[in-house]
Design a binder for this molecule. Structure first.
Ligand code: ARG
Length: 605
């Protein structure tokens, strides 16, 4: 038996629609896409205005009483838009899947035909499941997303946490939009501090502890040796002792000394090994653990050669400097090589970018780094541009604001583990308040971990990236209000409804007869579900997770208001089935959007 789904009912060949818009959506056509096509066709027929102009002018609405799509007439440059809106509202009202058109000043509000809306949205979600909302591309493009990038032996601070969760989300989003994604972690694993760390390890290192807790142990050792170093400097013998030893170790490292490399390699690989486990709690898998240490001498020399060839560098006191003020005053001057010949963070970044282009052939590369490095990133990008790399335009810095007050019982947060553990423990405490419920949860520790992670992620993504926010355990873990646990709660509630109605098979839901589904709240819910593919595209344009989070809360609130009044259990099949289909589709959309953000939706909590 083949299922015929009434989607993409109207299709126009892409030849007639030579537009910016039709360049974008390849793959599944969703109900709102059909509405867009119907509007542009109908409007073109009565006015002669170009299809593409209309398609590009159509906007999503932020509240549904303003329609499923909105057309601001000034955008298509008609004279006397208010009068025209009134006239067109009448002429357009029954074309294709357009159900209703309202004129509001110079705006036209379009509403999908209700039957078409439900019939083309609900079964489609149930059929497409995890793929609903996504886009397929004929020519898959490649993106490298560099994110997280902590520094070995140094604290994992809030900036790294934000980079990790925002980067994880962006990677998922690119994938959903049909890109091939390389997730890359660029560790801070090079520099003088590794000389110091090696000296410290000789004094304070312990093999067993290193094996068990490499990140914590290396950090402890680093703190201790830094204290020793400070004492030494006060005593004025900084030329010899620790500092001298550290410098010579790092020199050995830079010269490729086998023994030095061996020691450092162990620090690095044990740390990575541990990081992999922690990242998996956030549902993140890196394809590449790169790092400052991995940038080859050749690519850095290539960079220095181009600097000279393009006349970018001046020598000042033996150091090589690029004066960026000639292109932009605020960019100042930057050193790209020190007088002792050692390289710098910036030069390593230039070398790394050259290598990545060569090896990974990306169409785009995204750096997810805190806004504290805004100036640095502009300098870096300007340099690549002046090196005449045509791909410099394909690089993007995704920045974000600061987090205040991220601390745990033990004080300031230093490790990612510690934050996640604390979130899990606090979530577990709250779950234990409801003895009945927790007794039904298979693995409370695991569920608490997932809820804790959700709390952290949603708190982070609730407002625009660039905003600062205050880390607040109580607020983020609350089961009420717009929090991660509330999303999880809504998801698990819908799961529970599906469990108790499991007599109705998915096949029955997909073939449901929706002609009696008229409850306005449920219809509103379906309208929201139909928006999801548009929400994804909008989030992709702005690269803002908040776009999706805001949408998710709208869906949850709508689910809540339906759930209380519009029942499934105890109803006859012809009423129960279409209702359950809508709830089930809602759960699927929640599931898809939550997963995209990096949450693992729970079945019970
Ligand atoms: N490790 C750096 C830090 O902690 C972040 C690295 C960002 N990436 C880059 N390509 N510079 O500040």
């Amino acid at each position: 038996r083949k299922l015929e789904i009434n989607i993409g009912r109207k299709r126009y060949s892409s030849k007639t629609l030579n537009t910016k818009y039709t360049d974008q959506p390849e793959g599944p056509i969703y109900p709102l896409d059909v509405l867009r096509l119907d509007i542009s066709k109908a409007l073109h027929d009565i006015s002669g205005i170009d299809h593409s102009l209309i398609l590009n002018a159509l906007e999503s609405t932020n509240s549904m009483d303003r329609g499923d799509l909105l057309l601001p007439l000034p955008k298509i440059k008609v004279a006397d838009p208010v009068a025209v809106a009134n006239r067109w509202a009448i002429e357009l009202s029954t074309h294709g899947c357009i159900g209703k058109v309202c004129a509001k000043g110079p705006f036209l509000q379009f509403f999908l035909d209700q039957r078409y809306l439900i019939q083309s949205t609900v079964p489609n979600i149930l059929l497409q499941k995890g793929k609903y909302g996504q886009k397929k591309s004929r020519h898959q493009k490649k993106v490298v997303v560099e994110f997280s990038s902590p520094n070995i032996a140094k604290p994992f601070h809030a900036g790294h946490l934000r980079s990790t969760i925002i980067g994880g989300f962006l990677s998922n989003l690119y994938e959903a939009m049909g890109w091939s994604v390389t997730r890359m972690n660029y560790l801070g694993d090079w520099g003088r501090q590794f000389g110091l760390l090696a000296v410290g390890f000789k004094r304070y290192g312990d093999e067993k502890t290193l094996q068990k807790q490499p990140i914590q142990h290396l950090f402890d050792v680093y703190v201790k040796i830094n204290m020793d170093l400070a004492k030494e400097e006060i005593n004025g013998n900084s030329k010899c002792g620790i500092s001298g030893e550290a410098r010579s170790f790092f020199k050995n490292l830079e010269n490729g000394d086998e023994n030095a490399i061996k020691i450092w390699n162990r620090f690095r690989s044990l740390s990575i090994h541990h990081y992999i486990q922690t990242y998996s709690r956030l549902n993140i898998n890196f394809d590449i653990f790169s790092g400052e240490s991995q940038v080859s001498k050749e690519s850095m020399n290539e960079a220095l050669d181009i600097f000279r060839k393009n006349n970018l560098v001046k020598e000042i006191d033996g150091a090589l400097v690029i004066d960026l003020t000639q292109w932009s005053k605020r960019l100042g001057r930057v050193v790209v090589q020190k007088s002792d010949g050692t390289t710098l963070y910036l030069t390593r970044d230039v070398g790394a970018a050259i290598e990545r282009k060569k090896n990974l052939h990306f169409d785009k590369m995204v750096y997810v780094i805190s806004s504290q490095q805004d100036l640095y990133m502009s300098q870096f990008f300007m340099i690549l541009k002046k090196m005449n790399f045509e791909w410099a335009k394909d690089l993007q810095h995704i920045n974000f604001g600061m987090v205040q007050g991220m601390s745990t019982r033990k004080g300031n947060v230093v490790f990612l583990d510690t934050i996640l553990d604390e979130a899990r423990d606090k979530a577990l405490q709250i779950m234990e308040n409801n003895k009945m419920k927790i007794s039904q949860v298979d693995n409370p520790q695991r569920v608490a971990d997932l809820i804790g992670v959700s709390a952290i992620i949603i708190q982070d993504m609730k407002s625009k990236r660039i905003n600062n926010y205050e880390f607040n355990w109580n607020r983020m873990l609350s089961f009420e209000g717009d929090t991660g646990p509330y999303l999880q709660y809504t998801h698990s509630r819908l799961r529970s409804l599906e469990r108790t109605s499991s007599d109705f098979t998915t096949d029955m839901l997909i073939r449901a007869d929706f002609s009696n589904l008229n409850e306005p709240q449920l219809v509103e819910l379906v309208r929201l579900l139909a928006q999801y593919p548009d929400v994804l595209r909008r989030a992709f344009e702005t690269q803002e997770p908040a776009t999706i989070v805001t949408y998710l809360f709208k869906v949850c609130h709508q689910v809540s208001s339906c759930y209380k009044k519009i029942w499934v259990s105890g109803k006859p099949a012809d009423i129960a089935i279409p209702r359950l289909a809508v709830y089930s589709a809602s759960r699927q959309v929640l599931h898809n959007a939550m997963s995209l953000l990096g949450l693992v939706p729970v079945d019970r909590m």
